[in-house]
Design a protein around this ligand. Structure first.
Ligand code: NDP
Length: 401
């Protein structure tokens, strides 16, 4: 009876499971045989005291490319030596994709937000064995959480694994837009030297008002990193930060994004995509920003209205937009964010540095080891479990239910 209950509440994986892993393609020149650097710096732990992943084994050398098909998140030897089946593919979209075909008898799906395997309600309905969906990284909005709840699927992500990676990218993008870095670099590539072309849109960040929508792991890390630039810092969040943190960084709290944005020269979005945040930056909210403000979105594309962003750049309401998140991913060749003026977009890369990959691959292995051993997955990794939002998911996400 006890065993039956344990099985019913999951977290006891089948003895031989099929793990379906959706990863991005290898580099166009082939899987690397050498790397730009010889090692990764040792990071002692995460801010706030959370420990780094603690798998029993690793299966890769930190610094290797793990997020692409050949890298296989370093999981192949571990899974196959335990008798499990590992299927790795980058072919994820459309009814005849490898992902679609292999999903029908998969027990576990692993996917990264950079190359998301969209686990829609329809797909979940066609995957009767599916019990665990792991996000190798952070942000599980590519999984229909309502459907996961309904079908008793556990959703877990490797919380904190790439938060600092993204925070560094945000700071880079803020400086890049404000200082007009990319167009100036293009002048060099083009063989030119017109200083005025470069500086006619270049400013200092010093003295500007910078606000973050959400001050969770990434948002707070961005605030801490920006404080030494002598800027004025603002934030909005569902929960207020401790008074000591506010005072230490000189933060101004606002009840909502609408309250905050009129004060800001730069706004950075660091909230999850869920029903409360979808479409938040529409014509009205962007229109409430200061003329010539910069908007940085490394959270999720659909938090901003795609066409409203284009309109605001064209009219000059926004002086720049940058980020690495698109919808859908990969973005089609004619996506308007590729060609809109004054943008600093990259593909979805900020959370997938080699440094981050080492952490989220280790975290993925830790989750799998726990699952197969019938041990609890760390609470901070859980998004959905036991038919409801759980752990980190209960804190930061909402559903349509
Ligand atoms: P956290 O869970 O640490 O922080 C998210 C914060 O958002 C929480 O403080 C939460 O509030 C807040 N929040 C949720 N809803 C709202 C809302 N409606 N208004 C204001 N604040 C809100 O997550 P991370 O900081 O680690 O990551 C944030 C997001 O960044 C991820 O969900 C993901 O989408 C994205 N991301 C992008 C990556 C990339 O490569 N570009 C990589 C990693 C993450 P509270 O908890 O107080 O309720």
């Amino acid at each position: 009876m006890v065993l039956k209950h344990l099985l019913a509440t999951q977290n006891v994986g089948p003895a031989m499971a099929k793990v379906l892993c959706v990863l991005y393609d290898d580099p166009t020149v082939g899987y690397p045989t050498a790397y730009a650097r010889d090692d990764l710096p040792q990071v002692p732990g995460y801010p706030g005291g959370q420990t780094l992943p603690t798998p029993r084994g690793l299966g890769f050398t930190p610094g290797q490319l793990l997020g692409s098909v050949t890298g296989a998140l370093g999981l192949r030897e571990y899974l196959e030596s335990q008798g499990h089946t590992l299927v790795v593919t980058s072919d994820k979209d459309g009814a005849d994709s490898v992902f679609d075909r292999e999903l029908v008898d998969a027990d576990i799906v692993v996917s990264q937000p950079f190359w998301p395997a969209y686990l829609t309600a329809e797909r979940i309905a066609r995957a009767p064995r599916l019990k665990l969906a792991i996000t190798a990284g952070i942000g599980s909005d590519h999984v229909d959480l309502d459907a996961a709840i309904e079908h008793g699927i556990t959703v877990a992500e490797v919380t904190h694994s790439n938060s600092i990676s993204v925070a560094e990218h945000v700071v880079m993008m803020i400086l890049s837009l404000v200082r007009n870095y990319l167009p100036s670099h293009q002048v060099v590539l083009d063989g030119g030297w017109n200083i005025a072309d470069c500086v006619a849109r270049a400013y200092d960040l010093e003295g500007m008002h910078v606000g973050t929508v959400a001050a969770g792991r990434i948002g707070a890390a961005v605030l801490r990193r920006l404080a030494p630039f002598d800027v004025h810092l603002h934030y909005t969040d569902r929960h207020r930060l401790p008074r000591a943190v506010e005072d230490g960084l000189g933060l101004v709290f606002h009840e909502s994004a609408a309250d905050m944005v009129p004060f800001c020269d730069v706004v950075t979005i660091n909230a999850p995509l869920h029903p409360e945040t979808e479409g938040l930056f529409d014509d009205e909210l962007i229109g409430a920003m200061k003329r010539g403000a910069y908007l940085i979105n490394t959270a999720r594309a659909r938090i901003a209205d795609r066409d409203a962003v284009v309109r605001a750049l064209e009219s000059g309401q926004l002086a720049g937009y940058a980020g690495d998140v698109w919808f859908p991913q990969p973005a089609p060749a004619d996506h308007p964010w590729r060609t809109m003026p004054h943008h600093g977009m990259t593909p979805h890369i900020s959370g997938s540095t080699l440094s981050a990959q080492a952490r989220y691959a280790a975290g993925t292995r830790e989750i799998l080891e726990n699952w197969f051993a019938g041990e609890p997955i760390r609470d901070e990794y859980l998004i959905v479990d036991g038919g409801k939002l759980a752990g980190a998911g209960a804190h930061s996400y909402s559903t349509n239910r």
